[in-house]
Design a protein around this ligand. Structure first.
Ligand SMILES: [Cu+2]
Length: 80
């Protein structure tokens, strides 16, 4: 049994679409992971309910890599 990687990453982006158990986010580049800007799905922890923010909402978010997915830890709307 391997321990989950506890490293937390963070970025900002825009919510694109909710699915059951995950949310699409169009996010900025994340240099710590060598990721370019992209749109991808993040799985939801129990603390974040689906459709809690409308699509199109600018957000700041943090996430961890689990064995099977990238899972959100926090999802915060940005006010500009
Ligand atoms: Cu990505």
């Amino acid at each position: 049994m391997t321990m989950p990687d506890a490293q937390t990453f963070g970025s900002e982006g825009v919510i694109t679409q909710w699915q059951s158990g995950s949310v699409g986010i169009s996010h900025h580049a994340i240099p710590a992971l060598k990721w370019p800007a992209m749109t991808m799905n993040f799985s939801l922890p129990p603390e974040i309910s689906a459709n809690s923010l409308p699509a199109g909402t600018p957000v700041a978010f943090t996430f961890v890599k689990t064995e099977s997915a990238y899972q959100l830890q926090t999802l915060t709307p940005l006010t500009r």
